[in-house]
Design a protein around this ligand. Structure first.
Ligand SMILES: *[C@@H]1O[C@H](CO)[C@@H](O)[C@H](O)[C@H]1NC(C)=O
Ligand SMILES: *[C@@H]1O[C@H](CO)[C@@H](O)[C@H](O)[C@H]1NC(C)=O
Length: 494
């Protein structure tokens, strides 16, 4: 080797070493929280997405909290991240939304969900959209919607009870999707040449296998956003967006007399001179709303049904509450009223406990707008902050015996809204706009289920977290009508 070559080699080695050193020790005016940035580029992404069947705080988080304390640094999906399992810091992050922190999702996710998605809309834009959504799903509209939610639940349960087995996760997802799509955009699958939900299902399947694919070839594609196009989820999203766009255009061509859904609202808003809404934002928002509603609520319902199988005493108490509602009625077959819904105390405790333990959202991301000092640590501007709801929900200091399913623990718990110790529905300004809608759908479904049906597990039902909650083999149950059973036995005995 000549001296020149040697010089070049030495330079390359020095700059790589320097780069790796910088990777491991990022610049900061102050003290970064402890932690490891993992491998160059990859960071600790693989460890973070490692599947695990445990329902406990994710292994990734647990290990690092033990080693570094409740606030630590890492690197995920090409980004430096501060992880917080500290309730005070997490609360602070929610409180400072729009001031010191803004919503942020890893670039890969933004690419997937659309650049203008609700998750990355900031400040007043978000408030504005939230009002639009609240108009549709707020308490007032919910009250009017209750009979429709009940009919959908009863109709679907009736249909499922005629089948040998149903995959509860898929079945509830399609029920909720149809209902939400009907409310949002008056979508009727019977009248559409193409199935909107199937495109969402393709999107979700692709999304779920996406992090799992990392060690294989897909990982390279994940580093090069151009490679996305070959993915199922991109196709699914594209098709869904195209359908939504066509529907919006159809509506524009044929406006309706009475304003009743989100499309009407969007069109009116787009017609205003001073509006900040664009068609692209409205369509992205629609996509996210449809996606968020059916994926999370169906997971929660599948978990709820599973918990009821595993905890017979809880099922007994739930049945007691709902049978009492029927007994108090003049006509047991009349519609569920708002007053009856509001009287479901135990049911709401049961729902809280279900979402606490289900931990459907394993991580919430924000980005530091400015440099932030917190308890002697510095969070550099531009870094991501990851909050970890499971760490909050499974905190033994707040929830005694945290892995035990115990709805009674909510009796008299003085928690309101986005409390520091409960963030199943997000927190701060972004406090999930769909919370009331989700709770009502769950409660009404449970009402129909426990008053009219029994069910038993047939197959599947095991859970994997990656770290998002999944049922890899589905959750197949057999649902039978209680009265049918009674009818059968009476006819047998005569
Ligand atoms: C899964 O989590 C448990 C409990 O946190 C841990 O002991 C185990 O090592 C984890 N398994 C894998 C494969 O990471
Ligand atoms: C469920 O949790 C929410 C949020 O913390 C709280 O406001 C509500 O009171 C809880 N409901 C019940 C029935 O305990």
């Amino acid at each position: 080797m000549g001296p020149v070559t040697m010089c070049i080699v030495a330079l390359v080695v020095i700059s790589i070493t320097h780069w790796v050193y910088r990777w491991r020790n990022p610049r900061c005016n102050g003290q970064l929280p402890p932690g490891s940035m993992g491998l160059p580029l990859l960071g600790e992404t693989l460890q973070f997405f490692a599947p695990n069947t445990s329902s406990d705080i994710p292994h990734f988080i647990k290990q690092r909290v033990k080693r570094y304390g409740p606030i630590f640094r890492t690197s995920l999906v090409l980004r430096p991240v501060i992880v917080s399992t500290d309730p005070d810091l997490s609360h602070f992050v929610f409180q400072q939304e729009g001031k010191l922190f803004e919503s942020w999702y890893p670039e890969t996710f933004t690419e997937i969900f659309g650049r203008q998605n609700v998750g990355s809309l900031h400040g007043f834009m978000y408030k504005y959209l939230k009002n639009m959504v609240l108009n549709l799903f707020g308490p007032e509209s919910l009250r009017k919607m209750l009979p429709e939610v009940e009919q959908a639940a009863c109709r679907n349960l009736m249909k499922w009870s005629s089948q040998d087995s149903v995959d509860l996760k898929d079945a509830t997802a399609s029920m909720i999707f149809d209902l939400t799509a009907k409310k949002l955009i008056s979508y009727d699958p019977e009248k559409s040449p193409e199935n909107l939900r199937e495109n969402f299902v393709a999107f979700i399947k692709g999304l779920i296998s996406f992090p799992l694919n990392i060690p294989g070839t897909a990982y390279h594609k994940c580093l090069q956003p151009i490679g996305y196009d070959s993915y199922e989820f991109v196709q699914g999203r594209k098709n869904a967006m195209r359908m939504l766009k066509n529907m919006l255009q159809e509506r524009r061509a044929k406006p309706r007399e009475q304003q009743s859904d989100f499309f009407d609202y969007v069109l009116e808003e787009l017609g205003r001179e001073d509006t900040i809404l664009t068609e692209a934002i409205a369509l992205d928002l629609m996509f996210v709303l449809l996606f968020a509603s059916f994926e999370t609520t169906s997971l929660a319902l599948a978990m709820a049904t599973k918990f009821l199988l595993d905890y017979p005493l809880v099922l007994k108490e739930l049945m007691k509450e709902h049978e009492a509602i029927l007994r108090r009625r003049e006509n047991p077959n009349s519609e569920l009223t708002w007053k009856e819904y509001k009287s479901m105390t135990f049911t709401l405790q049961f729902i809280n406990e279900t979402v606490r333990l289900a931990n459907i959202v394993p991580a919430i991301f924000r980005k530091a707008i400015r440099e932030i000092k917190y308890q002697g640590y510095t969070i550099p501007a531009g870094w991501a902050v990851m909050l970890c709801p499971p760490a909050v929900h499974l905190n033994p200091g707040k929830y005694k015996d945290p892995l035990h399913f115990n709805p009674w623990r909510w009796e008299g718990m003085e928690l309101n809204g986005a409390s520091k110790h409960f963030m199943a529905f997000g927190g701060g300004m972004r406090f999930c706009v769909g919370t009331d809608f989700t709770k009502a759908q769950m409660a009404v479904f449970l009402h129909c289920l426990v008053t009219k049906y029994r069910w038993q597990a047939i197959k599947g039902g095991d859970i994997v977290r990656t770290p998002g909650l999944q049922f890899p083999n589905g959750f197949h149950v057999q649902i039978t009508e209680k009265n049918a059973l009674k009818r059968e036995t009476t006819s047998n005995s005569t």
